[in-house]
Design a protein around this ligand. Structure first.
Ligand code: DHE
Length: 538
């Protein structure tokens, strides 16, 4: 009893100390910063932090960075996190890790995230229309390819820090064009016909590239968002290349554009309540988008609310949106091999959510590993379990494989059937394969160990539980994103490095020997083969 009373007193004393201390912390002002430092912090936060922590710093893939919390932690503690990263998948930004930030920049960012959060301006339909440029009108574009190249084997390569996209002929490996597409370009998607690449930059600028003109050419551009990550075209029969959609991170909205000219047609806010607790969220960002093959519909991962929106584009005047209850926080995802089921990763809940786009509902949610991050994922036929799909993980070194054929292999559908340890560890961003390949490739781009970030693992589809073949691709930069050529016998890997030290290493998928390298590229990241992107082959 005495012991208990003592504990009670200690608790009271601790409470008496804690409450004013916390109050003092909460009231602590943000560290001073000059206008120049604030501007630099804002830019760096947008470039490196907002993707995971949110524009309003409310958290998503990463925790919230709101001032009451960050001021309590203080500059020194925050600097350690920023410098060294975390086991949960945050990269080590400072000199001890990726060296993307100098010591001074680590300190600057630690101070920046203690400042009050200011919301950037909204963007209306009128605002975006003012940014719209039709560079080559539809009537002036060729009616058939104006060259004899195998354009379906072209690759669009993101040159991230150059703000450009390189178009490379996959047959000859020649660089055909380097086109300015906006700051920190993120991804490309092929239009249904394949002749156009739709490109989205982190700065929210959408660009349309015509691959049929004599040389690949930008034919239109527009800026529907201040920050964005996703774009796609309309793919349903009768709507091929007619419309396009851009998913914004900021403002939280999506814009529907003319698929031939990018003229803005409609903008819709995603601000709403969370699917589970029914709380208002001011910043539900649009993450992955896919175009349904069953209906004139796009499928949108609305990250913070955890809803998956089905946006029916058949009648823009009476826009019909169906909100499916998914999971928080939805990020990337891709199709199963039949293109009926969209499998989305809710990375903070270690969960995959499956949408049946024919029945238009969520048919499964199941746990995988820590922070799944599949990119589009990889599909193949397992000798024991039939058609399967897979994800790698940001938070741990493993590949999770589940059955994805509820028609003929119902007992295995949406259940994890293989879990394979990947020795380099956590920090994987992409798993990729091709229907004609016997292999599955996984990267480790965000691992905290430099050698691991330069390593790839290749797994054998016929014996997926066998020892993965892991090897170092490069001794500089970091390895990111694997993409097959049209025939599925070459794998293109980016070595993401600064200046002109970036390169693409091309492997023979059968022998795993390097066939050739394309060098002198500035920070190459994602690569998109026309045929595979158009046909959703992975
Ligand atoms: Fe991406 C896909 C968001 C960082 C390269 N990335 C995606 C998708 C989303 C997303 C929502 C799915 C789009 C779709 O399918 O419609 N990415 C984010 C972020 O929020 C994040 C984590 C942080 C940020 O600030 O942007 C982020 N992404 C990166 C990178 O750092 C990468 C490696 C290099 C870069 O461009 O900066 C990168 N993301 C990619 C690539 C894809 C992608 C290559 C497409 C994969 C595919 O095979 O389709």
């Amino acid at each position: 009893m005495r012991v208990r009373f003592r504990s009670f007193l200690t608790l009271l004393a601790f409470g008496a100390w804690l409450v004013p201390t916390l109050a003092a912390y909460a009231a602590a002002p943000a560290p001073e910063m000059s206008a120049e430092e604030l501007a630099k912090g804002k830019q760096k936060y947008f470039e490196r932090c907002a993707g995971c922590h949110g524009t309003l710093r409310k958290g998503a893939t990463g925790p919230n960075l709101l001032p009451d919390k960050t001021r309590e932690m203080g500059t020194d503690v925050l600097s350690v996190f920023i410098n060294d990263g975390t086991a949960g998948g945050m990269p080590a930004w400072g000199p001890s890790g990726t060296a993307i930030f100098t010591d001074e920049e680590v300190n600057l960012m630690a101070r920046y995230i203690q400042q009050d959060v200011a919301a950037p301006p909204e963007i209306s339909l009128g605002d975006m229309t003012e940014t719209w440029k039709l560079v080559v009108p539809v009537a002036d574009r060729p009616k058939k390819p104006a060259h004899k190249r195998n354009w379906q084997n072209f690759f669009g390569v993101v040159l991230r820090d150059a703000g450009k996209v390189a178009i490379i002929d996959g047959d000859t490996k020649e660089k055909l064009a380097e086109l300015p597409t906006g700051f920190a370009v993120h991804i490309l998607r092929s239009s249904e016909s394949g002749r156009y690449f739709y490109v989205i930059g982190r700065d929210g600028k959408a660009t349309m590239i015509d691959l049929w003109s004599e040389k690949p050419t930008i034919v239109a551009e527009v800026k529907p968002c201040a920050e964005a990550r996703s774009i796609d075209g309309s793919k349903f029969k009768g709507y091929e290349d007619k419309l396009a959609i851009v998913g914004c991170y900021w403002p939280p909205q999506f814009a529907i554009l003319d698929g031939q000219t990018l003229e803005p047609k409609k903008v819709v806010s995603t601000r709403s309540m969370t699917w589970d607790t029914g709380e208002y969220h001011p910043e539900p960002r649009v993450a992955a988008i896919v175009a349904s093959h069953y209906k004139p519909e796009w499928v949108l991962n609305v990250k913070e609310t955890g809803f998956i929106w089905l946006v029916d584009y058949s009648d823009l005047k009476n826009l019909n949106i169906t909100m499916l209850e998914g999971e928080r926080f939805l990020h990337d995802g891709g199709w199963d091999a039949t293109h009926r089921y969209f499998m989305a990763a809710a990375n903070m809940k270690d969960t995959e959510v499956v949408v049946d786009t024919k029945l238009r509902k969520v048919v499964a949610k199941f746990k995988v590993g820590v922070k799944p991050h599949p990119g589009r994922g990889a599909n193949w036929v397992d000798p024991k379990y039939g058609p399967v799909s897979s994800t790698c993980h940001l938070g741990e070194g493993k590949l999770s494989v589940w059955g994805s054929d509820p028609e003929k292999h119902k007992q295995h559908a949406w259940k994890v059937v293989h879990t394979i340890a990947l020795p380099p560890g956590a920090g994987s961003l992409f798993v990729k394969s091709h229907p004609k390949s016997g292999h599955v490739w996984v990267d480790f781009t965000l691992n905290s160990d430099t050698a691991a970030t330069q390593t790839l693992c290749v797994l054998d589809k016929a014996n997926i539980d066998g020892k993965p073949n892991c090897f170092q691709v490069t001794d500089h930069g970091r390895v990111v994103h694997q993409e097959y050529n049209k025939d599925g016998n070459e794998v293109w890997i980016s070595v993401w490095d600064k200046g002109d030290k970036g390169e693409i290493v091309i492997y023979d998928d059968k022998t795993l020997k390097v066939k050739t390298k394309i060098t002198g590229l500035q920070t190459p990241t994602g690569k998109f083969n026309v045929f595979n992107s158009r046909n959703d082959l992975y």
